[in-house]
Design a protein around this ligand. Structure first.
Ligand code: AMP
Length: 282
């Protein structure tokens, strides 16, 4: 695996590979890698001739500075995992390399409705930061295929919109959420959970499964309030439990029995904010 820290060097190298006709697959990450990330690398390797992973903890997408400071960093282990997974290139830039003109006066993206709900509502500015970094990474890597996790359901929709804004030919490939045996969605943030909090955190996937099991039998409002009660009983402080159309994320109050639905949760336990979601229609 080639580790590249400079944007210009990455661009030059990938240009040469593109000239050889290799299809490129890109997996952007913030490190502290786990099997969820590695599943994206595995998918990229299946579909692309050259697999590029980036590790960059993007300062502009953290609306809470202490969350940025506490973000786990396990770079040595990450390098080993990526090598073992057969990654071709690891892009490991500094903040200056990604944002050469600094972190102020950055561009604004018109994300419309998508930015007013769920993560957009509870983390003001978060998706602007996601777009600012993804614009830079995509402009550098110019991948044919971009692999991202459905674990961050709304993020996938935001990046799809960014690709449209950029008039990019990159194809976004969403990949399913990898879970622990307990049902807990793998996340870099899980490293910050105490054993007790990690145990309690399995309640999120249980609450999502409960919504799925009772959909169509109970009103949407009841499904949501029951899930909130289940989470609070387990010790969570809940930001939201919502049920939305899986195609456009429009929040649903009354299900017509047909629309594809996704249930989404964001909640804090032990000072750590976790998100998860599940498609609840068949
Ligand atoms: P992050 O490092 O958290 O920014 O995540 C990098 C990529 O990995 C994003 O596309 C995430 O959606 C994806 N990802 C994170 N956790 C999981 C998971 N448990 N299963 C699948 N993909 C994931």
């Amino acid at each position: 695996m080639l580790i590249i820290k400079q944007a210009a060097r990455l661009q030059q190298y990938l240009q040469q590979q593109a000239e050889r006709g290799l299809i490129s697959g890109f997996v952007p990450t913030m490190g502290a890698l786990h099997q969820g990330h590695i599943s994206l690398i595995a998918e990229a390797r299946k579909q692309a001739g050259i697999t590029v992973c980036s590790i960059f903890v993007n300062p502009t997408q953290f609306n809470d500075p202490s969350d940025f400071d506490k973000y786990p960093k396990t770079i040595e282990q990450d390098v080993l995992l990526l090598e073992k997974a057969g990654t071709d290139i690891l892009f490991l830039p500094s903040v200056e390399e990604v944002y050469p003109t600094g972190l102020t006066n950055l561009e604004h993206y018109e994300l419309g409705y998508l930015e007013t709900i769920l993560e957009g509502k509870f983390r003001p500015g978060h998706f602007q930061g996601v777009c600012q970094v993804m614009f830079r990474l995509l402009s550098l890597v110019k991948p044919d295929l971009l692999f991202m996790g459905q674990k961050d359901f709304q993020q996938c929709m935001v990046v799809k919109k960014l690709l449209e804004i950029m008039q990019s030919s990159t194809q976004l490939i969403p990949a399913p959420t990898v879970r622990e045996e307990s049902g807990l969605a793998m996340s870099s943030r899980n490293m910050r959970l105490s054993a007790e909090a990690k145990d309690a955190a399995t309640t999120i996937s249980q609450a999502l499964k409960e919504i799925k099991a009772n959909l169509g039998q109970q009103p949407v409002a009841t499904l949501k309030s029951n899930a909130v009660a289940t989470l609070e009983k387990a010790g969570f402080t809940v930001d939201y439990v919502e049920i939305a159309n899986a195609d456009n994320l429009e929040l649903t109050e009354n299900w017509d029995g047909k629309a594809p639905l996704v249930a989404l949760v964001a909640a804090f336990i032990g000072g750590v904010r976790l998100i998860d979601n599940m498609i609840v229609t068949n």
